[in-house]
Design a protein around this ligand. Structure first.
Ligand code: ADP
Ligand code: 5GP
Length: 196
């Protein structure tokens, strides 16, 4: 009689590649910058475009960074079950359109979500096979510098985002992997390796 104890998946089951990757981290840490850098070299990497009630920043385009919707439209997306997850973040709502993500996953293609901590927690509940990646700043002071230096938010909004950042940083251990955004190039390369 065998005395070995097997844990986890059956040994005959093929190893399962995590196909859904979630990138989270405090506002201003550099998530968009890192993803944009990676996709410049690898445009084939598919990034889910979220819906948001936030107003576009200068240069942001409909359907590129976000689908910009009003509160009523966002309510309808929730009511119709069209969002895979959604959250309120610093006074605005953000959500991941469900269908586009599921279509890609069904086709066996890797999917990248760039969402906040609350969204990452929802994805972990509904899709436990997802890989959760936390992007951390080199230091708190550097995070403040980046968020302020971006120059896209009022001092009041920066304060709200920094308050959220404290909560997000405290949740780092909930993630499978942490990448520290010291160098955009290095982190983009590391993220690409995780996606594959
Ligand atoms: P997020 O998408 O996480 O809110 P952004 O990508 O908008 O953050 O980056 C916030 C600011 O930090 C931007 O001005 C960006 O140019 C800058 N930034 C991003 N990564 C780095 C880095 N590794 N070193 C220095 N500045 C960075
Ligand atoms: P920003 O306004 O700076 O573009 O985004 C604010 C925060 O919302 C960031 O942490 C970003 O990752 C998050 N976010 C963007 N899209 C989504 C989404 O679809 N769902 C959730 N939960 N968060 C999102």
């Amino acid at each position: 009689m065998s005395t070995s104890v097997s844990r986890g998946a059956s040994p005959v089951a093929p190893a399962r590649q995590p196909r859904l990757t979630v990138l989270s981290g405090p506002s201003g840490v550099g998530k968009s910058t890192v993803v944009a850098h990676m996709r410049k070299a690898h445009p084939e990497v598919w990034l889910s475009v979220s819906c948001t009630t936030r107003k576009p920043r200068p240069g942001e385009q409909e359907g590129v960074q976000y689908f910009f919707v009003d509160d009523e439209q966002f309510d309808k997306l929730i009511a119709n079950g069209e969002l895979l997850e959604w959250a309120e973040f610093a006074g605005n709502r953000y959500g991941t359109p469900r269908k586009a993500v599921l279509d890609r996953l069904e086709a066996g293609e890797p999917v990248l979500l760039e969402i906040d901590l609350q969204g990452a927690r929802q994805v972990r509940e509904t899709m436990p096979e997802a890989r959760l990646v936390f992007l951390a700043p080199p230091s708190w002071d550097e995070l403040v510098r980046r968020l302020t230096g971006r120059g896209t938010e009022s001092p009041e909004v920066i304060e709200r985002r920094l308050a959220a950042a404290k909560v997000e940083l405290a949740a780092e251990s909930e993630f499978d992997t942490t990448l520290v955004n010291t160098s955009v190039e290095d982190v983009a390369r590391e993220l690409l390796a995780l996606l594959r």
